[in-house]
Design a protein around this ligand. Structure first.
Ligand SMILES: [Ca+2]
Length: 292
């Protein structure tokens, strides 16, 4: 039988905000995606890869995890290297990335794009350092690499975090390719309330048990705030584009304004202009309740 799952690579800054871990769990366990691999980006990418690997192992699947570039394209080292969801047991040899050289992550993206062509979606839910380096080193992949990203803000001058952390990389990506993005003005509408957060944090075993623990660690580091599912929404739109309404525009990253995304003439950026929040939550928790 033909595998109808979407082939994806997830390029992630897992370990800072908690929604990256939630998106990875959803991708690994929903039955809707074939995760070809995971690449990590920004700051301590090896630690991030170890967190991702812990989730992959709990999901009982074989998915390669590569530690990509921690350094933004500008070469300016980020101030803090702290990662809030790292547990001591993740130091063990079982959780090491496939290859700790950042170039290996970029090569993995490049080779996968060439191998799978338009059958592969690259989901970028962190700063865009790996994707930009892939495009700069292998311009031929731009034809097929049409990433789905969580990033930017298209209705005001707000700095969206992923673009802000590596505006030079985002500028390359926005300039050189067709992409689909869900900006922060849309994803910020998907914050969990107390009741939904309690479902995620309820004690259990297996994959959801680890996600519950990581959510607790993240909340402790963030004044017990409730998570917002930015990255999960971007992922979910790959299989349910109807979750959002979309418009097309050109856009550039204003580096002097530290990464504000400004609309311009053109149509290479497809961006979300609204979200059906209730439908999204229903879908997320429907899948969630089936994960063992
Ligand atoms: Ca993220």
């Amino acid at each position: 039988m033909k595998d109808i799952r979407k082939k994806i690579i997830i390029d992630t800054d897992i370990g800072d905000d908690i929604d990256d871990a939630m998106a990875l769990v959803y991708a690994l366990a929903s039955g809707r995606f074939e995760v070809i691999g995971v690449t990590t980006v920004f700051k301590d990418t090896v630690k991030r890869a170890r967190i991702a690997k812990a989730l992959v192992k709990r999901a009982n699947v074989t998915v390669p995890v590569y530690a990509g570039y921690g350094m933004p394209l500008s070469g300016v080292i980020p101030e803090s290297q702290e990662i809030n969801q790292f547990r001591p047991e993740m130091e063990g040899p079982d959780f090491a990335p496939e290859n700790p050289e950042p170039e290996a992550a970029v090569n993995f993206i490049t080779e996968s794009c060439r191998r799978y062509g338009k059958d592969l979606i690259v989901l970028a839910v962190g700063p865009l350092g790996n994707i930009a380096r892939a495009v700069l080193s292998a311009p031929d992949i731009t034809e097929n690499l049409n990433p789905v990203i969580m990033g930017g803000c298209f209705n005001s001058d707000v700095h969206e975090w992923n673009i802000f952390c590596d505006p030079e990389a985002a500028s390359v990506v926005f300039e050189k390719m067709h992409l689909k993005t869900v900006g922060v003005e849309i994803t910020s509408q998907t914050r969990l309330d107390k009741k939904l957060c309690e479902i995620v944090q309820s004690p259990r075993d297996g994959l959801l048990g680890l996600l519950s623990d990581l959510t607790g660690m993240w909340r402790k580091a963030h004044e017990e705030r409730f998570p917002t599912l930015h990255d999960v929404l971007a992922l979910a739109t790959i299989v349910m584009p109807e979750l959002c309404e979309w418009e097309s525009t050109g856009a550039f990253v204003n580096i002097e304004k530290h990464g504000v995304t400004e609309k311009t003439e053109g149509d290479n950026i497809t961006y979300a202009v609204s979200v059906k929040k209730q439908l999204f939550f229903e879908e997320f928790f429907k899948i969630y309740s089936k994960i063992s």
